[in-house]
Design a protein around this ligand. Structure first.
Ligand SMILES: Nc1nc2c(ncn2[C@@H]2O[C@H](COP(=O)(O)OP(=O)(O)OP(=O)(O)O)[C@@H](O)[C@H]2O)c(=O)[nH]1
Ligand SMILES: [Mg+2]
Length: 340
């Protein structure tokens, strides 16, 4: 069981309690769910910002700078790095030791990196839980860094209120494909490493992709909650958010104030258009479905015996039965057994 006092101390903003509680919940032991249930009424206050993009585009460097900029505006900041290779460890950002000390010595900043133990689906769940805990502890802005390569990372980024997609000039063709997928979830586009050649070309190609996107009605993410579906009406300035493109040099902190301004503008846009409810709904739905599937799976697997399942798997690989029928049979059998 997780002691009630640990939850109380987390809620009153004690950092050590917060770190300890996160570890306990991450291990998903006895009481993790109970702790999250107690914290839940205290969540929903933080503005959650996802930062994603191809490997090495400068996300961590940017996050570092954004945190400093937000602190200078008196916001408290939680940082979550969802990536085993991310250069945060134990609250440290490698390669940038001076500012690292600035960050980790500041009581208004809390840094956590997510160990990627278990499945990727587990990572998405664990990240959602950690966001809630840091939110309940009272941090006003939560920055979540993910490497935008896989479905899980995109899923994590999608559950943020504001998603930053970080690009950099001179990336290869394989990266272009990632880029196209990430464009749809971007609320703010960053062209980092603007000190390098080709930054203006990158900006131009993003402009073109945005022009294409804004003509397709399915980019609903950038409309207010009650925005009409018709593209002509939806593109009026009041109900359509066109992702700004901002050039930054994260290593020098150039452009980071503009990025924070854009985050604030997007938060205002979401509040004014009711978009925030749409995000909350989407997030609740994703989470609900994920936990439903997980719990049902566990429950069914517990009801059936291990040997039954092994026998069934062998029939599947012997082509005696197909996987759809196998699942259907299992469900039917368990239903009957439950009723009996
Ligand atoms: N020239 C230049 N280099 C930069 C800039 N921003 C970051 N870098 C460098 O790019 C490298 C990668 O930066 P990170 O911040 O670790 O990038 P990342 O996107 O977090 O990387 P992963 O988490 O591994 O995907 C580092 O060597 C940074 O110093 C920039 O604006 N200009
Ligand atoms: Mg990183």
């Amino acid at each position: 069981m997780i002691p009630e006092s640990l939850i109380e101390r987390t809620l009153s903003g004690e950092r050590r309690a917060l770190a300890r509680l996160i570890s306990l919940v991450e291990n998903d032991g006895e009481g993790a769910r109970q702790a999250l249930a107690s914290l839940y009424p205290h969540t929903g206050k933080a503005h959650i910002v996802g930062i994603t993009g191809a490997p090495g585009t400068g996300k961590s460097t940017l996050v570092n700078r954004l945190a400093l900029e937000l602190r200078s505006r008196d916001a408290t900041v939680g940082i979550i790095a969802v990536d085993p290779t991310s250069p945060y460890s134990g609250g440290a950002i490698l390669g940038d030791r001076i500012r690292m000390r600035d960050l980790s010595g500041d009581p208004g900043i809390f840094i956590r990196s997510m160990a990627s133990r278990g499945s990727l689906g587990g990572l998405a769940r664990a990240t959602g839980d950690v966001v809630k805990i840091i939110d309940a502890a009272g941090y006003q802005i939560i920055l979540v860094e993910t490497v935008g390569a896989g479905q899980t990372e995109v899923e994590i980024a999608r559950t943020a209120h504001t998603t930053l997609v970080v690009e950099a000039p001179g990336l290869g063709d394989d990266i272009q494909a990632i880029k196209a997928g990430l464009m749809e979830i971007a609320d703010i586009l960053i062209v980092n490493k603007a000190d390098r050649d080709g930054a203006d070309n990158t900006v131009m190609s993003l402009q073109m992709m945005l022009d294409l996107n804004s003509n397709t009605p399915h980019s609903s993410r950038h409309h207010g909650y009650n925005a009409p579906a018709s593209p002509e009406v939806a593109t009026t300035p009041s109900s359509y958010w066109r992702p700004p493109i901002i050039k930054t040099i994260a290593t020098r902190g150039e452009g980071t104030a503009e990025v924070v301004d854009a985050i604030e503008q997007h938060a205002t846009f979401l509040r004014q258009t009711g978009g925030i409810q749409a995000y909350e709904l989407e997030r609740a739905r994703t989470e609900f479905e994920r936990i439903l599937v997980q719990d049902l799976l566990e429950r069914y697997l517990r009801l059936g015996s291990a040997s039954e399942i092994e026998t069934m798997l062998e029939k599947i690989i012997a082509r005696e039965v197909n996987v759809y029928s196998a699942v259907q049979n299992l469900l039917d059998n368990l239903e009957m057994r439950r009723k009996a």
